[in-house]
Design a protein around this ligand. Structure first.
Ligand SMILES: C[S@@+](CC[C@H](N)C(=O)[O-])C[C@H]1O[C@@H](n2cnc3c(N)ncnc32)[C@H](O)[C@@H]1O
Length: 236
Protein backbone atom coordinates (compact mmCIF):
# COMPACT_ATOMS: atom_id res chain seq x y z
CA UNK A 1 0.00 0.00 0.00
CA UNK A 2 1.48 3.37 -0.91
CA UNK A 3 1.11 6.44 1.31
CA UNK A 4 -1.92 7.74 -0.63
CA UNK A 5 -3.74 4.40 -0.25
CA UNK A 6 -2.83 4.33 3.44
CA UNK A 7 -4.25 7.83 3.94
CA UNK A 8 -7.45 6.83 2.10
CA UNK A 9 -7.75 3.76 4.34
CA UNK A 10 -7.38 5.78 7.55
CA UNK A 11 -9.68 8.55 6.26
CA UNK A 12 -12.34 5.87 5.81
CA UNK A 13 -11.78 4.42 9.30
CA UNK A 14 -11.70 7.74 11.19
CA UNK A 15 -15.32 7.92 12.38
CA UNK A 16 -15.39 4.31 13.61
CA UNK A 17 -11.73 3.89 14.65
CA UNK A 18 -12.34 4.23 18.38
CA UNK A 19 -15.16 1.67 18.56
CA UNK A 20 -13.35 -0.70 16.22
CA UNK A 21 -10.31 -0.67 18.47
CA UNK A 22 -12.13 -1.10 21.80
CA UNK A 23 -10.96 -4.70 22.00
CA UNK A 24 -7.34 -3.56 21.81
CA UNK A 25 -7.73 -0.85 24.47
CA UNK A 26 -6.21 -2.90 27.34
CA UNK A 27 -3.09 -3.48 25.22
CA UNK A 28 -2.66 0.23 24.59
CA UNK A 29 -3.55 1.15 28.18
CA UNK A 30 -0.59 -0.97 29.37
CA UNK A 31 1.65 0.97 27.01
CA UNK A 32 0.33 4.43 27.97
CA UNK A 33 0.58 3.58 31.67
CA UNK A 34 4.36 3.29 31.40
CA UNK A 35 4.77 6.56 29.47
CA UNK A 36 4.36 8.51 32.65
CA UNK A 37 7.44 6.84 34.16
CA UNK A 38 9.53 6.86 31.00
CA UNK A 39 8.86 10.59 30.69
CA UNK A 40 9.37 11.27 34.40
CA UNK A 41 12.61 13.23 33.78
CA UNK A 42 10.97 15.68 31.38
CA UNK A 43 10.62 19.34 32.38
CA UNK A 44 7.38 20.67 33.85
CA UNK A 45 6.61 22.50 30.58
CA UNK A 46 7.69 19.74 28.16
CA UNK A 47 6.89 19.89 24.46
CA UNK A 48 5.92 16.51 22.96
CA UNK A 49 5.80 15.49 19.30
CA UNK A 50 3.05 12.91 18.62
CA UNK A 51 3.63 11.28 15.23
CA UNK A 52 0.85 9.41 13.41
CA UNK A 53 -1.40 9.84 16.41
CA UNK A 54 -4.59 9.00 14.52
CA UNK A 55 -7.61 10.07 16.55
CA UNK A 56 -5.25 11.03 19.38
CA UNK A 57 -5.54 8.36 22.08
CA UNK A 58 -1.94 8.88 23.26
CA UNK A 59 -2.37 12.66 23.16
CA UNK A 60 -5.50 12.43 25.31
CA UNK A 61 -3.71 10.22 27.84
CA UNK A 62 -0.73 12.57 28.19
CA UNK A 63 -2.56 15.90 27.92
CA UNK A 64 -4.98 14.90 30.68
CA UNK A 65 -2.15 13.88 33.01
CA UNK A 66 0.29 16.71 32.32
CA UNK A 67 -1.61 20.02 32.27
CA UNK A 68 1.54 22.08 31.51
CA UNK A 69 2.78 20.07 28.55
CA UNK A 70 2.36 21.26 24.96
CA UNK A 71 1.99 18.98 21.96
CA UNK A 72 2.66 18.91 18.23
CA UNK A 73 0.22 16.49 16.57
CA UNK A 74 1.37 15.13 13.20
CA UNK A 75 -1.07 13.04 11.17
CA UNK A 76 -1.40 12.64 7.37
CA UNK A 77 -5.04 11.49 7.39
CA UNK A 78 -7.18 14.64 7.48
CA UNK A 79 -10.23 12.74 8.75
CA UNK A 80 -8.27 11.13 11.61
CA UNK A 81 -6.79 14.51 12.55
CA UNK A 82 -10.27 16.12 12.54
CA UNK A 83 -11.47 13.55 15.10
CA UNK A 84 -8.29 14.12 17.13
CA UNK A 85 -8.79 17.92 17.10
CA UNK A 86 -12.46 17.58 18.11
CA UNK A 87 -11.48 15.23 20.97
CA UNK A 88 -8.88 17.80 22.12
CA UNK A 89 -11.53 20.53 22.11
CA UNK A 90 -14.04 18.36 23.98
CA UNK A 91 -11.45 17.38 26.60
CA UNK A 92 -10.13 20.92 26.98
CA UNK A 93 -6.47 20.72 25.87
CA UNK A 94 -6.72 21.91 22.24
CA UNK A 95 -5.11 25.23 23.25
CA UNK A 96 -1.90 23.37 24.15
CA UNK A 97 -1.72 21.57 20.80
CA UNK A 98 -0.61 22.49 17.33
CA UNK A 99 -2.08 20.24 14.63
CA UNK A 100 -0.20 19.42 11.44
CA UNK A 101 -1.95 17.52 8.65
CA UNK A 102 1.05 15.92 6.98
CA UNK A 103 4.34 14.30 7.88
CA UNK A 104 7.23 14.96 10.23
CA UNK A 105 9.23 15.89 7.14
CA UNK A 106 6.70 18.62 6.23
CA UNK A 107 6.47 20.05 9.75
CA UNK A 108 7.48 23.72 9.65
CA UNK A 109 10.77 24.54 11.38
CA UNK A 110 10.05 25.31 15.02
CA UNK A 111 11.51 24.75 18.46
CA UNK A 112 12.83 21.26 19.15
CA UNK A 113 10.79 18.83 21.25
CA UNK A 114 11.64 17.15 24.56
CA UNK A 115 10.13 13.82 23.54
CA UNK A 116 8.17 12.03 20.80
CA UNK A 117 5.61 9.26 20.60
CA UNK A 118 5.05 7.11 17.52
CA UNK A 119 2.62 4.26 18.02
CA UNK A 120 1.77 1.70 15.33
CA UNK A 121 3.07 3.89 12.50
CA UNK A 122 6.55 2.88 11.31
CA UNK A 123 5.29 -0.66 10.62
CA UNK A 124 3.51 0.72 7.53
CA UNK A 125 6.81 1.82 5.99
CA UNK A 126 7.83 -1.28 4.10
CA UNK A 127 11.28 -0.32 2.78
CA UNK A 128 13.89 -0.52 5.52
CA UNK A 129 15.82 2.56 4.44
CA UNK A 130 12.64 4.66 4.31
CA UNK A 131 11.71 3.40 7.79
CA UNK A 132 15.14 4.40 9.04
CA UNK A 133 14.74 7.85 7.44
CA UNK A 134 11.33 8.19 9.11
CA UNK A 135 13.01 7.83 12.52
CA UNK A 136 15.78 10.18 11.39
CA UNK A 137 13.14 12.86 10.68
CA UNK A 138 11.76 12.42 14.22
CA UNK A 139 15.27 12.55 15.68
CA UNK A 140 15.86 15.85 13.85
CA UNK A 141 12.85 17.36 15.65
CA UNK A 142 14.10 16.38 19.12
CA UNK A 143 16.48 18.12 21.49
CA UNK A 144 19.75 16.26 22.16
CA UNK A 145 18.91 13.20 24.31
CA UNK A 146 15.19 13.81 23.72
CA UNK A 147 13.17 10.63 24.34
CA UNK A 148 11.42 8.64 21.61
CA UNK A 149 8.77 6.07 22.56
CA UNK A 150 7.82 3.91 19.61
CA UNK A 151 5.50 0.89 19.30
CA UNK A 152 4.90 -1.45 16.38
CA UNK A 153 3.72 -4.94 15.56
CA UNK A 154 6.85 -7.08 15.73
CA UNK A 155 7.74 -10.76 15.41
CA UNK A 156 9.87 -13.20 13.40
CA UNK A 157 7.27 -13.90 10.72
CA UNK A 158 6.83 -17.63 10.06
CA UNK A 159 8.45 -18.71 13.35
CA UNK A 160 6.69 -21.00 15.83
CA UNK A 161 6.14 -18.00 18.13
CA UNK A 162 4.63 -15.94 15.28
CA UNK A 163 2.19 -18.73 14.33
CA UNK A 164 1.07 -19.26 17.92
CA UNK A 165 0.68 -15.52 18.57
CA UNK A 166 -1.27 -15.11 15.33
CA UNK A 167 -3.85 -17.66 16.49
CA UNK A 168 -4.42 -15.88 19.79
CA UNK A 169 -4.32 -12.42 18.15
CA UNK A 170 -6.95 -13.23 15.52
CA UNK A 171 -9.08 -15.00 18.15
CA UNK A 172 -8.86 -11.90 20.33
CA UNK A 173 -10.01 -9.69 17.46
CA UNK A 174 -12.93 -11.97 16.76
CA UNK A 175 -13.46 -12.73 20.46
CA UNK A 176 -13.74 -16.40 19.51
CA UNK A 177 -11.73 -19.31 18.18
CA UNK A 178 -11.41 -18.48 14.52
CA UNK A 179 -11.02 -20.55 11.40
CA UNK A 180 -7.69 -21.39 9.80
CA UNK A 181 -8.92 -19.36 6.83
CA UNK A 182 -9.34 -16.17 8.92
CA UNK A 183 -5.87 -16.64 10.36
CA UNK A 184 -4.40 -17.08 6.88
CA UNK A 185 -6.27 -13.95 5.68
CA UNK A 186 -4.69 -11.83 8.43
CA UNK A 187 -1.26 -13.30 7.73
CA UNK A 188 -1.57 -12.52 3.98
CA UNK A 189 -2.81 -8.96 4.59
CA UNK A 190 0.10 -8.29 6.95
CA UNK A 191 2.60 -9.88 4.55
CA UNK A 192 1.51 -7.40 1.88
CA UNK A 193 0.98 -4.18 3.81
CA UNK A 194 2.74 -4.31 7.18
CA UNK A 195 6.48 -4.66 7.78
CA UNK A 196 6.42 -7.00 10.77
CA UNK A 197 10.07 -7.49 11.68
CA UNK A 198 11.74 -9.25 14.62
CA UNK A 199 12.29 -6.96 17.64
CA UNK A 200 16.09 -6.86 17.11
CA UNK A 201 15.60 -5.54 13.56
CA UNK A 202 13.18 -2.83 14.67
CA UNK A 203 15.68 -1.81 17.35
CA UNK A 204 18.42 -1.60 14.75
CA UNK A 205 16.25 0.58 12.45
CA UNK A 206 15.42 2.98 15.29
CA UNK A 207 19.10 3.19 16.24
CA UNK A 208 20.20 3.86 12.66
CA UNK A 209 17.51 6.54 12.50
CA UNK A 210 19.40 8.68 15.00
CA UNK A 211 18.87 7.18 18.46
CA UNK A 212 20.93 5.45 21.13
CA UNK A 213 20.24 1.77 21.93
CA UNK A 214 16.46 1.29 22.14
CA UNK A 215 15.16 -0.41 25.28
CA UNK A 216 12.19 -2.69 24.82
CA UNK A 217 9.89 -2.04 27.77
CA UNK A 218 6.66 -3.65 26.62
CA UNK A 219 5.13 -6.56 24.75
CA UNK A 220 1.49 -7.52 24.52
CA UNK A 221 0.68 -9.98 21.75
CA UNK A 222 2.38 -8.61 18.65
CA UNK A 223 2.62 -5.07 20.02
CA UNK A 224 6.18 -4.26 21.11
CA UNK A 225 7.37 -0.89 22.42
CA UNK A 226 10.78 0.68 22.88
CA UNK A 227 12.19 3.89 24.26
CA UNK A 228 15.42 5.47 23.07
CA UNK A 229 17.28 8.75 23.41
CA UNK A 230 18.08 11.06 20.52
CA UNK A 231 21.66 10.56 19.42
CA UNK A 232 23.86 11.31 16.43
CA UNK A 233 23.91 7.98 14.57
CA UNK A 234 23.59 8.09 10.80
CA UNK A 235 21.46 5.89 8.51
CA UNK A 236 23.64 3.38 6.62
C1 LIG B 1 -2.67 2.22 13.27
S1 LIG B 1 -2.88 3.96 13.31
C2 LIG B 1 -2.28 4.33 14.93
C3 LIG B 1 -2.87 5.60 15.50
C4 LIG B 1 -2.42 5.91 16.92
N1 LIG B 1 -1.00 6.16 17.01
C5 LIG B 1 -2.82 4.80 17.86
O1 LIG B 1 -1.91 4.10 18.36
O2 LIG B 1 -4.01 4.61 18.10
C6 LIG B 1 -1.55 4.55 12.26
C7 LIG B 1 -1.61 6.04 12.03
O3 LIG B 1 -0.39 6.44 11.40
C8 LIG B 1 -0.69 7.39 10.39
N2 LIG B 1 0.42 7.35 9.41
C9 LIG B 1 0.58 6.53 8.35
N3 LIG B 1 1.72 6.81 7.70
C10 LIG B 1 2.31 7.82 8.37
C11 LIG B 1 3.52 8.55 8.20
N4 LIG B 1 4.37 8.30 7.19
N5 LIG B 1 3.81 9.54 9.08
C12 LIG B 1 2.97 9.82 10.10
N6 LIG B 1 1.81 9.16 10.31
C13 LIG B 1 1.49 8.17 9.46
C14 LIG B 1 -2.02 6.92 9.82
O4 LIG B 1 -2.69 7.92 9.11
C15 LIG B 1 -2.74 6.46 11.08
O5 LIG B 1 -3.48 7.48 11.68
Amino acid sequence: MNQEELNALFNKQASTYETQHTKLAPIHDGLYFQLEWIFSELPRSAHILCVGLGIGAELSYLANRFPNWRFTAVEPSGAMLDVCRQKAQNEGYAGRCSFHEGYVETLPEAELHDAATCFMVSQFILAEEARCNFFRAISDKLKPAGILVSADLSSAVGSFEYKELLKTWVSMLHAANVSAEAIEKTHSAWAKDVAILPPEEVKSIIKRGGFGTPVQFYQSGFVHAWFAKQSQYVCA
